[in-house]
Design a binder for this molecule. Sequence first.
Ligand SMILES: NC(=O)c1ccc[n+]([C@@H]2O[C@H](COP(=O)([O-])OP(=O)(O)OC[C@H]3O[C@@H](n4cnc5c(N)ncnc54)[C@H](OP(=O)(O)O)[C@@H]3O)[C@@H](O)[C@H]2O)c1
Length: 231
Amino acid sequence: MSTVVISGASKGIGKAAAAQFIEAGHLVFNLSRTPADIPGIKNVLIDLAGTQARQKVTAFADSLQPGVLHLVHNAARLTSETVRSDDIDNFRSVININVIAPQILNAALLPKMNAGSSIVYVGSTLSEKAVPNSFSYVVTKHAMIGMMRATCQDLAGSGIHTACVCPGFTNTEMLRAHVGDSQEILDSIAAGSTFGRLIEPTEIAGTICFVADNPVINGAIIHANLGQIEN
Ligand SMILES: NC(=O)c1ccc[n+]([C@@H]2O[C@H](COP(=O)([O-])OP(=O)(O)OC[C@H]3O[C@@H](n4cnc5c(N)ncnc54)[C@H](OP(=O)(O)O)[C@@H]3O)[C@@H](O)[C@H]2O)c1
């Protein structure tokens, strides 16, 4: 049994991934502000963007024994603003959860990660392209690709592999909140995929679990988006 640490497994994609890792027999820790209601999961309640994040993550890491550990950087925030925004506090807070928190986790947990471990970044279609009105999200999701590539190079020879899974539009609270829960907008988003539907969180979860288990996928960007219709 190996250990899995997922940021933001209380809902959405992270929760679905946690359920699949538990099903596969792993010991799974969820790090989020609210607990995941999944039987068998170990909840560590923490605001990964908060001032105490580093201290709490370090204390959590100290409680673990070294071994095979899969770390999934999944927690994120999506806000709406443009390059004209002067709300620097919001920009900083999105960077905190989307970029700084993964590095706090990397630094604390890598000493516990033996060969066979993995670091899976959850990016987005917006890790490689931009749309209007999602400035901080586009910037930070692009950064995740850089973090993943640097992780791959820095961990050469360690037996630890890494990849960035980039989901397309997935049926979660994040997406619904972003579009104001409008069914009309959700339908038009679904129509932008070659399958004419939204992705289910379990589909991205399966991709994350596959990547964690397969070291041949190292330094890779994995598009998990049902195929997007290009206009
Ligand atoms: N849904 C999509 O269409 C889509 C598309 C592309 C990429 N993605 C990516 O997929 C990942 C998961 O997204 P999702 O749609 O499943 O989002 P979600 O349903 O909003 O879940 C986000 C998770 O992040 C946690 N989180 C947020 N802020 C946190 C903080 N400060 N400290 C600790 N945990 C925090 C939340 O837990 P608490 O609220 O309990 O703290 C929650 O478990 C994200 O990286 C997202 O960018 C999603």
